[in-house]
Design a protein around this ligand. Structure first.
Ligand SMILES: Nc1ncnc2c1ncn2[C@@H]1O[C@H](COP(=O)(O)OP(=O)(O)O)[C@@H](O)[C@H]1O
Ligand SMILES: [Mg+2]
Length: 265
């Protein structure tokens, strides 16, 4: 497989993964560009979260090949794997924070695990990151004491604490009101530009996609159904993509689909 890690953060060719006997992603061939925001879209259960986990090498490999930041993720072990993981930030839906530790203590964890910096420097770095996400006032609070939006910002700070090249985010706006979701989008884009990060975001929030996406990868049942710039996705005549952006029911639901067309007039 030819690779160009200067240009692409993820390069997959006929990549397949699954759990146990079951294959979830059957044949994924995509190149995800460095410096861009790529939104992964598709129906519930089509394998979006699995795709994110697979880019960290966390889902058993079934075939093909995937390079992430130039590394063959299915052959990474020990120190090389740990070093690779420090180059990728993961933003979990619930922030990925430990509930019994303050925000400060939570954010120190990756720095303690991956660097030899002194306690004082680590604390300064955490304060700096919290300032970037406008959360210095929450430094001594527990995750349970934060609002939904604050929790997402803390989770984002945690994801970028090691200054990764790539950040993966699984439905960042889930559970947020539209205004808070838009604020989070703006923050993610601002920091992405300032820090030169590439972002891969799983989302089905159309407003958010239109605000943040450079490119769209649409999955269906473990296959790539669309891969291209947002503007091409918005104009696509591929039924799956068209229905997604029109919020129309899928073709599979013929009865509902015709009712929908009737209602739309
Ligand atoms: N840890 C797991 N073990 C077994 N099956 C799983 C696991 N995680 C997800 N799946 C299955 O894989 C499929 C895709 O799931 P997922 O990637 O979470 O979909 P999406 O994020 O697109 O909704 C689903 O059928 C789900 O039940
Ligand atoms: Mg999911």
């Amino acid at each position: 497989m030819q690779t160009d890690p200067e240009k692409y953060v993820v390069e997959a060719e006929h990549f397949a993964v699954g759990y146990g006997e079951r294959t979830i992603l059957h044949d994924i061939s995509v190149k995800i560009r460095r410096g861009s925001v790529t939104c992964i879209c598709g129906g519930s259960g089509c394998g979006k979260s699995t795709f994110l986990r697979a880019t960290l090498g966390l889902v058993p490999h079934k075939g093909g090949e995937a390079r992430v930041l130039g590394e063959n993720i299915n052959q990474l072990e020990g120190d090389k794997r740990s070093q690779f993981l420090s180059r990728v930030g993961f933003m979990y839906q619930n922030g990925g924070l430990i509930n019994s530790l303050t925000i400060l203590e939570n954010l120190k964890i990756p720095l303690k695990a991956h660097t030899n910096l002194s306690e004082k420097v680590i604390e300064e770095l955490v304060y700096h990151k919290l300032a970037q996400v406008q959360l210095t006032h929450a430094v001594n609070l527990l995750p349970g004491e934060l609002s939904g939006g604050m929790l997402k910002r803390a989770g984002f700070a945690r994801a970028i604490i090691l200054e990764p090249e790539l950040v993966l985010s699984d439905e960042p706006s889930a559970g947020l009101d539209p205004v808070t979701a838009a604020d989070l989008d703006d923050l993610m884009i601002r920091l992405k530009n300032e820090l030169g990060i590439s972002l891969i975001v799983v989302t089905h929030d159309l407003d958010s996609i239109k605000r943040i996406a450079d490119r769209i990868v649409m999955l269906e049942k473990g296959y790539v159904k669309f891969d291209g710039p947002l503007n091409d996705a918005l104009k696509s005549q591929e039924p799956l993509v068209k229905n997604f952006f029109a919020r129309a029911p899928s073709e599979g639901h013929a009865g509902i689909s015709s009712l929908w067309n009737l209602l739309k007039g």
